[in-house]
Design a binder for this molecule. Structure first.
Ligand code: RFL
Ligand code: PHB
Length: 390
């Protein structure tokens, strides 16, 4: 049996950042991860980091590669099939976002774990939470066929949308809010130069498209597809052709095609579980909330959650301050809901919903036209995209 101050479930970005932040203040913690390290690193997900996320990496002294290889972006573009509407984030907010893959952040955090005394147990099977309503919760799991137990003062559920932590909260103690979208994003990763130096989110008559990147030589593109679509139906050629149409002729002229390194479909969902705290259990990141990827907010919300949560836990252990832990959920949810609102509204603006008719299409076109002409509207988008203050 092991004993620690904080047991963390999940070695995704939320769990790894939280573990490092706690270790930096000398707090004992242990991370239990179901998968193997290579599996965690193989998931191609977020690409755009807000300052809240890069600040955590800087505070931890783990931003050397991020500073060298990350691509600072001053703006991004909305496209309506005819033109690019540039949102000048830097000019409108004085801030930037950073293009640096979730895979790279995860790798930086994983690689630094041993030297910082952060213990991560990979391939932990059957992770089960016990007595979370009490002050003495514990976790059982199986490692290499042997039953194990970890006792902790607190458990942090950083185990993503499908993990066991949220399920350990009795139904009567929480409430879920959910919206499932009638489409998914089909993504392709390829070692080709990006078609544009900034991201392009396009709403074309044929559907949504996004041109993104990981580096000057690696591109990431998405289109929306019906939920019934199978990835096998999309050869690389078919996907490149569709991207060229949806992104518009100017971007299409600069698309370099190449073989896919990764191709997958991700469903879109908006989800919030309230509260993010029950007894001795806290939820952070995708375990508590999901946003559609349109606003690039998921990983950044995980970062703001763990920033609040680490501060609360450090206050508890170092200063015997109980107010921080008691106030965590409310503080985190206030920021979560604002990101939910932004991600939902950008998704509505940039996608064609099967239930939409000509009226809704004209409203979308009018809104894009309004944004193109209004600095006020552009500023609202810019300050949400770059990240609201903590
Ligand atoms: P994760 O990354 O899902 O990590 C959870 C970890 O918990 C482990 N786990 C368990 N461990 C032990 N026992 C169990 N029973 C367990 N069950 C699960 C899992 O193996 C995993 O390692 O959640 P976390 O840490 O909260 O991080 C959240 C982010 O991963 C997520 O919000 C983002 O990827 C969302 N997202 C984006 N976010 C951004 O900020 N900017 C973006 O540009 C962006 N683009 C995206 C995205 C997500 C996408 N997909 C595929 C959903 C683009 C896409 C396509
Ligand atoms: C990505 O590069 O994967 C990416 C970028 C912006 C988004 C979503 C995903 O809004």
């Amino acid at each position: 049996m092991a004993r620690t101050q904080v047991a963390i479930i999940g070695a995704g970005p939320a769990g790894l950042m939280l573990g490092h932040l706690l270790r930096a203040d000398g707090i004992d913690c242990i991370i239990l991860e179901r998968a193997a390290p290579d599996y965690v690193l193989g998931r191609i997900r977020a690409g755009v980091l807000e300052k809240v996320t890069t600040d955590i990496m800087a505070r931890l002294g783990l931003d050397e590669r991020l500073a060298k290889e990350g691509l600072p972006h001053d703006g991004f573009n909305l496209a309506d099939g005819e033109r690019l509407i540039r949102i000048d984030i830097a000019g409108l907010t004085g801030k930037q976002v950073m293009v640096y893959g979730q895979t790279e952040i995860t790798r930086d955090l994983m690689d630094a774990a041993p030297e910082r005394g952060l213990e991560i147990i990979y391939n932990a099977e059957d992770v089960t939470l016990h007595d979370v309503a009490s002050d003495a919760p514990y976790i059982t799991y199986v490692k290499d066929g042997v039953n194990q137990r970890v006792d902790a003062r607190f458990i942090c559920g950083c185990d993503g949308f499908h993990g066991p932590a949220r399920q350990a909260i009795p139904a009567s103690a929480g409430k879920s809010f959910e919206l499932v979208y009638p489409f998914g994003w089909l993504g392709i990763l390829a070692d080709v130069p990006p078609c544009n130096h900034e991201l392009i989110y396009a709403n074309h008559d044929r559907g949504f498209a996004l041109a993104s990147m990981r580096s000057p030589t690696r591109s990431r593109y998405y289109i929306d597809v019906p939920l019934t679509e199978k990835v096998e139906a999309w050869s690389d050629d078919r996907l490149w052709a569709e991207l060229s149409v949806r992104l518009g002729p100017d971007a299409a002229a600069h698309i370099t095609r190449g073989p896919s390194i990764e191709k997958s479909i991700a469903p879109l969902r908006s989800f919030v579980f309230e509260p993010m705290h029950y007894g001795s259990l806290f939820l952070a990141g995708d375990a508590a909330h999901i946003v559609p990827p349109t606003g690039a907010k998921g990983l950044n919300l995980a970062a703001s959650d763990v920033s609040y949560l680490s501060e609360a836990l450090i206050g508890y252990f170092k200063k015997n301050d109980r107010d921080g832990v008691a106030g965590y959920s409310q503080k985190a949810l206030a920021r979560v809901w604002k990101s939910e609102r932004f991600s939902w509204s950008l998704t509505k603006l940039m996608h064609r919903f099967p239930s939409d008719g000509d009226f809704e299409r004209r409203v979308q076109i009018a809104e894009l036209d309004y944004i193109a002409a209004s600095t006020a509207a552009q500023k609202v988008i810019a300050e949400n995209y770059v990240g609201l203050p903590l």
